[in-house]
Write a protein that binds this ligand. Structure first.
Ligand code: UFG
Length: 324
């Protein structure tokens, strides 16, 4: 198949890019490199361009003629979204609508959208099914819900078809250590812990020890980025086979607390580092765990890396030998 990946030089996009190439697909990455890394993509596959440069994006679609567009280019920092909400609606919501418009105008009708567990806000029940109410509690989550609603309606009234993948906590790195997570600033738990283990940060702070969870710290469903990448390929095959548009959760359906992640990281790295107990971070729900039965049934998704120690091991390997 032929794919265009927007944001394919970023963390999740680059792992999907790598998987698609390994499976023999043809891929063009469209990325403005504002957050992505040139080193993550072969130069001949990279088109440097902005989401808002509709003309340029349209030219890429017309010249490459993809079967499927996968859209990873988005702002992701929840905290920043609460300080600068307009930028999130502009980039994540308006940017996606413009992109889909360019697809429709050039006859490309299959779309994989990067959505998020943040669409659920503070869920009433865990594990969370796709039918749970969408009540986001920050502009980041809202910007994604608005796109999902746009996609749902568009697919109902046109030949456009999509799968929105609601990511839980993507983590880990490619097994060969060639690509990995490199956000700036880094806010995610596992890379921050590993920087503390490496001595690059003085400590790791636990954001909240009074959650209604067994050890008082927040629980998340950490999923290896390569299993998440597999879900994208399966979703594309599903659409190409005539599958119906829908949103699907992607997680292992198993949660770990912040303390469990820290303890596992200490074992995997063999390093000790200071752990400080701090206040809750604004807006963090106590537990986010996916009910992923739908993705397993509908896409035949069979993750093979459901092991927190393994996830941290691949992230540690990357962190020790980072190329960017
Ligand atoms: N945490 C700490 N200390 C840190 C960093 C994080 O205790 O230094 C905690 C957080 O409070 C949270 C957990 O570790 O309980 C995971 O935090 P991350 O920042 O790694 O991930 P989030 O669950 O906050 O966010 C992820 C994605 C978002 C997405 C969200 C869905 O990164 O893009 O899941 O709610 F919106």
């Amino acid at each position: 198949m032929r794919f265009v990946l927007t944001g394919g030089a970023g963390y999740i996009g680059s792992h999907v890019y790598r998987l698609l190439k390994e499976r023999g697909h043809e891929v063009v990455v469209y990325d403005n490199l504002s957050h992505g890394h040139r080193e993550a993509v072969e130069p001949s596959d990279l088109r440097v361009g902005d989401l808002h440069d509709t003309e340029k994006f349209r030219e890429v679609l017309l010249s490459f003629r993809p079967d499927v567009v996968m859209h990873f280019a988005a702002f992701i920092e929840v905290g920043i979204s609460t300080e600068r909400p307009l930028e999130f609606f502009e980039n994540n919501t308006v940017g996606t609508i413009r992109l889909v418009q360019a697809m429709m105008h050039t006859g490309v009708h299959h779309f994989i959208f990067s959505s998020t567990a943040a669409v659920y806000g503070h869920p009433e029940r865990v594990p969370i099914s796709e039918d749970a109410r969408l009540t986001p509690v920050n502009p980041y989550g809202s910007s994604k819900v608005m796109v999902e609603e746009f996609l749902r309606s568009l697919s109902e009234w046109s030949s456009f078809r999509y799968v929105a993948i609601r990511y839980f906590n993507a983590a880990g790195a490619a097994e060969d250590g060639s690509i990995g997570e490199a956000h700036d600033p880094e806010t995610h738990l596992i890379p921050l812990i590993l920087k503390a283990a490496k001595g690059e940060r003085p400590h790791i702070t636990i954001f909240g020890t009074d959650f209604p969870t067994p050890d008082g710290t927040a629980i998340r469903d950490y999923i290896h980025v390569t299993d998440l990448a597999e879900a994208h390929l399966l979703a594309a095959e599903y659409l190409m086979d005539g599958g119906e548009s829908q949103a699907l959760n992607c997680g292992y359906s198993r949660g770990y607390s912040v303390r469990e992640v820290i303890d596992t990281a200490k074992k995997v790295t063999g390093r000790e580092f200071p752990v400080i107990e701090g206040d809750r971070r604004a807006g963090d729900p106590p537990a986010l765990v996916a009910d992923s039965s739908r993705m397993r049934t509908i896409l035949g998704w069979k993750p093979t890396r459901d092991d927190l120690a393994y996830i941290i091991k691949t992230a540690w390997n990357w962190e020790l030998n980072r190329r960017y």
